[in-house]
Design a protein around this ligand. Structure first.
Ligand code: AP5
Length: 228
């Protein structure tokens, strides 16, 4: 659908439950570029049986952020993979200004076409979205007991699996802490990109389908103006 001269990099920013993961998967599939979720990468590391994994598990379960040094190593190695050559979507990175500055050192604007999107949503909706979330254990498809049940009860729409998982950090207590961290550490990242005129804000309080349409229209418009 889109023809950009440079590989497209989409940076998705938004509070817990705003729909970054849901939208990144849909957009990635439409544009044929990978979604890179630092939360997913960290949860995979955290599931191992090592002391390092345990420390990451503890940080995630408390609602805090994992250290910038660990994220720098993970993101640098992931972006070096060949599937990122034609662009990618970052879901959950950068999360503070230090990470945003580090990311700039990895992505030169001469090489990539970078678009930053902020998904905005009221806090009461966010809490319901997070506490109602469950995912397919096999393919990772994301559902919600309030907003998006599986079509057939107990069966994943995408892969037919019967097993689902809940995240340890999706309790109301932990999500309140994650929202606090978002306000403290991630809101300055929004100002960082706003000052560079790279930010596009969208209303996330719509159906997933409508949010997707709004996002795709931003990318199409940018693509058209880049081609003029
Ligand atoms: P991460 O996994 O990135 O969590 P998050 O940013 O808190 O975001 P969520 O995954 O909770 O929400 P989302 O916006 O992706 O929403 P989703 O699409 O699932 O990070 C987890 C932890 O890892 C962090 O707390 C931190 O400890 C660590 N970490 C990660 N990155 C880090 C970094 N860079 N630096 C340091 N630490 C890092 O949707 C939510 C629910 O709503 C779902 O059930 C979905 O079905 C539903 N939904 C989605 N859209 C809609 C809609 N439009 N209408 C109705 N329901 C919807």
């Amino acid at each position: 659908m889109m023809r950009s001269r440079k590989p497209l990099v989409i940076i998705m920013i938004g509070p817990p439950g705003s729909g970054k993961g849901t939208q990144s998967s849909k957009i990635g599939a439409s544009l044929g570029i990978p979604k890179i979720s630092t939360g997913d990468i960290l949860r995979a590391v955290a599931s191992e049986k090592t002391l390092f994994a345990e420390s990451i598990r503890n940080t995630i379960s408390s609602g805090g952020l994992v250290s910038d040094e660990i994220l720098a190593t993970l993101i640098k190695s992931r972006l070096a993979s060949s599937d990122c050559e034609n662009g990618f979507i970052l879901d959950g990175y950068p999360r503070n200004t230090e990470q945003a500055i580090y990311l700039e050192s990895l992505l030169s604007e001469a090489k990539y076409y970078i678009v930053v999107v902020e998904i905005d949503l009221p806090e009461d909706v966010l809490i319901k979205r997070v506490t109602g979330r469950f995912s397919c254990k096999l393919c990772g498809a994301i559902y919600n007991k309030y907003f998006r049940e599986t079509k057939k009860k107990g069966v994943c729409d995408e892969c037919g699996s019967l097993e689902f998982v809940y995240r340890s950090d999706d309790s109301e207590v932990v999500v309140t802490e994650r929202l606090r961290e978002y306000a403290r550490q991630t809101l300055p990242v929004i100002d960082f990109y706003k000052s560079k005129k790279m930010l596009h804000k969208i209303d996330g309080n719509k159906t997933a389908c409508d949010v997707y349409t709004d996002l795709m229209s931003i990318f199409s418009q940018l693509n058209e103006s880049a081609g003029q």
